[in-house]
Design a protein around this ligand. Structure first.
Ligand code: NAI
Length: 573
């Protein structure tokens, strides 16, 4: 098995120097070939191929082309009775014939992305043990902590460009799913391939199984994960460290993406490792970048600048603080001082506005604590908190972002009050799933007389208002992470810097359909997402070079490499 070559810390790595897939030997013939999902063409093997590769007799006689296969696969998909069954069907197809799986997804991207990933993947996590069929990815469980390098070497694919890892503790909106969390890296990597064009056989989903505190899972006789309560504290961080060191050794050039870790773990892990290897946390940095992209687009539509905005964020968890950090960095790049940029944020959590007299703020939250004297005379709720309505009443918020999980929190009086003071209020209820959305799109448009610029976390159908049809952008990380993956792989980058994420956000904003057509959505539709991903990847690569974490390339070379790296689901000859 060929593994990655060594790469000195911090030095960029030429794309050619990445690991290459080992010779697959007898995988290229007969039953082995049909069982290899990234080489299998199923009924599309021609008669000549069937003769040459020992496939005659193993396949039904009729030879199909991929178009016919897609039609047949789609009909089978349609015959499934519910979304979980559709998810299971697509996963089985993925494990059988990856080119066909991705072709089918591309042809029906609007319909199938929610089945492969959010929201249906949440069901797949919950029922992981019940629907488990075949292994995919790696289970790295705590009892095997002394053999992590050996577990990594047991992987099915030799070369790896992108790893997505979770510990299953904070899965989407449904909390601790233990080993069932593996469905998230599997689904996410499918999107890296579908959109970013990361070759499927060069991706690796991993679950760090450190137990679960989900009592339903622990008492379920069918649960397939390690039946133990979660490992915590130093033992947990030591385990993660063993994993990271093994990854560095085994895949020195791969991008390691952290996914759905609980807040108390997500940030320390990112901070500890972000300067050690090519790594990022999508919940923190991806969410920030996609939101920033939508904000950049919205602010351009209003004709204003980012540094003039007053930003209210409802929810001060990983996502809320991540978004604030991204926006603040962008404001500072636009020339605002550290102090001025901080003062433009009004962040509200369960105990109200973050302000300097509040106890128990994390260091990340304290950055945004408004001076208590600034809010001393403000009205408060019955328990002494400065609530969201109080903040909107007192400051001239131009942007209101919800990352709180509190469905309906943007009430009519709050939205009307904001819209009273601002011509084009920018309102993003981003919490998922739909039931947790801080407002529904239709209400926001009506309460603001059609003036609001809206992006949501969950999908909403276009809103009909006074004869207009207003499309609603979905602020989905999928607009960013596959593109960042493509950008770093194509550039051979060795780190993911903040400036690279900001460059991704700006490129996304620059590709907003609303800039060309004022009645279009703020963010690109899924049908245009691969093209936009390539543009974002080019911007990421350029920034990587500027930051000294990727080799020099001409603009033309960079574009050529991105296009060449972005794999498409086409059968090889
Ligand atoms: P978290 O649990 O880390 O943070 C939630 C925050 O909301 C906390 O600060 C909490 O104090 C606050 N909160 C909860 N109840 C509240 C209440 N009644 N009043 C005021 N504040 C309250 O969660 P995380 O990871 O930050 O995610 C939050 C939401 O954002 C989730 O619904 C998630 O689905 C969504 N999200 C959306 C993304 C997107 O792209 N649209 C990406 C990432 C997260």
């Amino acid at each position: 098995m060929i593994t990655g070559r060594s790469q000195k810390a911090g030095k960029p790595m030429a794309p050619e120097a990445r690991t290459t897939r080992s010779d697959v030997g007898d995988l290229r013939r007969g039953t082995n070939l049909l069982n290899c999902p990234w080489l299998n063409k199923g009924t599309a093997f021609t008669n000549q191929e069937r003769r040459d590769l020992g496939l005659h007799g193993l396949l039904p006689p009729h030879v199909e082309n991929i178009g016919e296969q897609v039609i047949r696969a789609y009909r089978a998909f349609e015959r499934k009775s519910d979304d979980l069954e559709r998810h299971i069907y697509l996963r089985a197809l993925q494990d059988t014939n990856e080119v066909l799986f991705y072709r089918l997804l591309l042809d029906h991207i609007d319909e199938m992305m929610p089945i492969v990933y959010t929201p249906v993947v949440a069901l797949a996590c919950e029922q992981f043990s019940q629907i488990y069929r075949r292994p995919r990815g790696l289970f790295i469980s705590y009892p095997l902590r002394d053999s992590i390098p050996a577990l990594l070497r047991n992987r099915p694919n030799a070369a790896v460009d992108v790893i997505v890892v979770t510990d299953g503790e904070r899965i989407l909106g449904i909390g601790d799913q233990g080993a069932g969390g593996l469905s998230i890296p599997i689904g996410k990597l499918a999107l890296y391939s579908l959109i970013g064009g990361i070759r499927p056989e060069r991706t690796l989903p991993i679950i760090l199984d450190v137990g679960t505190n989900n009592s339903e899972r622990l008492s379920d006789p069918e649960y397939l994960g390690w039946r133990h309560e979660r490992i915590t504290g130093q033992e947990y961080f030591d385990f993660v460290d063993r994993f990271v060191q093994a990854v560095k050794q085994e895949f020195p050039g791969a991008c390691l993406q952290w996914e759905d870790f609980a807040t108390p773990h997500a940030r320390p892990i990112l901070q500890r490792y972000r300067n050690e290897l090519l790594t990022f946390n999508d919940d923190i940095q991806g969410t920030a970048a996609v939101t920033l992209g939508a904000v950049f687009a919205a602010v351009q539509v209003t004709g204003e600048t980012l540094k003039d905005q007053q930003i209210v964020i409802f929810g001060a968890g990983s996502a809320g603080i991540g978004v604030a950090d991204g926006l603040r960095a962008a404001m500072q790049r636009d020339g605002l001082s550290e102090e001025d940029s901080r003062s433009r944020f009004w962040i509200v959590d369960r105990e109200g506005l973050l302000h300097s007299a509040r106890q128990h703020l994390t260091p990340e939250q304290r950055v945004y604590a408004q001076l208590e004297c600034r809010v001393a005379g403000w009205p408060r709720t019955f328990n002494g908190h400065v609530g969201l309505a109080d903040v909107i009443g007192q400051c001239e918020a131009t942007i209101l972002i919800g990352l709180s999980t509190v469905g309906g929190a943007f009430t009519e009086p709050i939205v009307r009050e904001m819209a009273r003071k601002v011509q084009r209020p920018i309102i993003f209820p981003l919490s998922n799933p739909t039931a947790n959305s801080e407002a529904i799109a239709d209400d926001l448009i009506r309460w603001t007389d059609g003036r609001a610029l809206v992006a949501t976390g969950s999908p909403f159908v276009p809103v009909r208002y006074e004869g207009r049809t207003i499309p609603i952008a979905q602020c989905n990380n999928v607009l960013i992470f596959p593109a960042v993956g493509l950008g770093v792989v194509a550039a051979g980058a060795s780190r993911v810097t903040d400036a690279m994420m900001l460059a991704a956000a700006r490129a996304l904003g620059d590709n907003s359909p609303a800039l060309r057509d004022r009645s279009a959505a703020l963010l690109p539709p899924l049908t245009d997402i691969r093209r936009v991903a390539a543009e974002i990847a080019i911007a990421v690569g350029l920034q990587a070079q500027r930051d000294g974490v990727a080799a020099e390339q001409t603009d033309e070379e960079r574009r050529r490499r991105v296009m060449a790296t972005q794999w498409s689901p086409v059968y090889p000859d």
